[in-house]
Design a protein around this ligand. Structure first.
Ligand SMILES: C[S@@+](CC[C@H](N)C(=O)[O-])C[C@H]1O[C@@H](n2cnc3c(N)ncnc32)[C@H](O)[C@@H]1O
Length: 303
């Protein structure tokens, strides 16, 4: 494999902060082989001025997800057991089928140590993001994904069984309905809540379907430990602003991170420049491939 091709991938990932350092050389080589023989390439419209840029723009975002999450070594068994997981693009969280609160699990069955601090990811999608974090932090923190699409939850829970991870779990739940009860029964402290690239529900009459609503914000604030954090992001400015306005309004309890931690750089509008979690979410990878900006905020409970 030509060194220039490997460098191209590294360049594409912006200074090697992300996957290239983590993905093995073999994984990158195999990816490049697949890309060059694949008839189905993602060719985004933008940023073609140089040969390198042209080659970059023909990477598929699913391949980028595969590289970024190469360390997970996700087994194929889950896909074999579940068959091809066909998933509806969006669901309506206000429909009656999603109004029943999720059953509270026996936390001792779900986590090896249910007293560890908890991170909850609302709208966890495929679950790769949380699994990646869980694999890196065994015995330090538990991770709970709340996801309204059951098939994604089933597959994610099969994956974690295969990976033998005992500090991460996924629940089929409508977060707006179930968050408070789930969190208030968890034995340990709630240290981090993330809401990353939530469904945008663009039409004004559908805004009430968005996951960040007043009761959820109140419940997050009530349950968060002192020093606990809320991380939000979206590639849709309007959605990011909607979430930001709701959390900024809680300034008597929450402070944005740049007020006391200068190491996380923000742009002039107060959006954090890079993802502080050490890994991008799948939606984030897709969006950045299309040239979108990601709008991020990180709050901390200070009182
Ligand atoms: C655009 S995807 C983003 C997934 C992931 N966070 C990422 O950044 O790649 C939004 C996810 O939120 C889920 N979702 C939407 N409304 C929800 C709700 N009320 N409760 C739980 N999950 C929800 C969707 O099913 C979907 O998987």
């Amino acid at each position: 494999m030509a060194a220039s091709s490997l460098n191209l991938l590294r360049y594409f990932y912006g200074g090697g902060e992300r996957a290239p350092r983590r993905a093995s050389k073999e994984a990158l080589c195999s990816l490049l082989r697949r890309i060059s023989s694949s008839p189905r390439r993602h060719c985004c419209s933008a940023r073609v001025g140089t040969a390198a840029a042209k080659e970059q723009s023909c990477l598929r975002s699913s391949d980028l997800v595969a590289i970024e999450y190469a360390d997970l070594n996700l087994p194929n068994k889950a896909s074999e057991e579940l068959g091809h997981v066909r998933i509806r693009q969006h669901v309506n969280p206000l429909s009656s089928s999603f109004s029943v609160p999720a059953r509270v699990p026996d936390w001792n069955e779900v986590f090896r140590d249910p007293n560890l601090p908890l991170m909850i990811d609302i709208g966890s999608g495929s679950g790769r993001f949380l699994m990646w974090l869980a694999k890196r932090n065994p015995g330090v923190r538990n991770y709970l994904g709340l996801e309204i699409r059951q098939k994604l939850v089933n597959r994610a829970n099969l994956w974690i069984k295969e990976l033998a991870l005992s500090n991460v779990h996924f629940l089929f739940a409508n977060a707006t309905v179930s968050f408070n009860q789930l969190v208030s029964t968890y034995p340990g402290p709630l240290m981090l809540v993330s809401i990353l690239c939530p469904d945008p529900h663009f039409k004004k009459r559908h805004h009430k379907r968005r996951v960040v609503q007043r009761p959820l914000v109140d419940s997050i604030i009530k349950n968060l430990m002192l020093g606990g954090q809320v991380f939000i992001q979206s590639d849709v400015l309007e959605v990011a602003l909607d979430m930001r306005n709701q959390f900024d309004a809680e300034g008597d309890v929450l402070r944005h991170i740049d007020a006391f931690n200068q190491s996380l750089l923000c742009d002039s509008e107060g959006w954090i420049l890079s993802n502080p979690m050490g890994i991008r979410t799948e939606r984030e990878i897709h969006a950045e491939l299309e040239g979108a900006k990601i709008y991020r905020r990180l709050y901390q409970k200070w009182i």
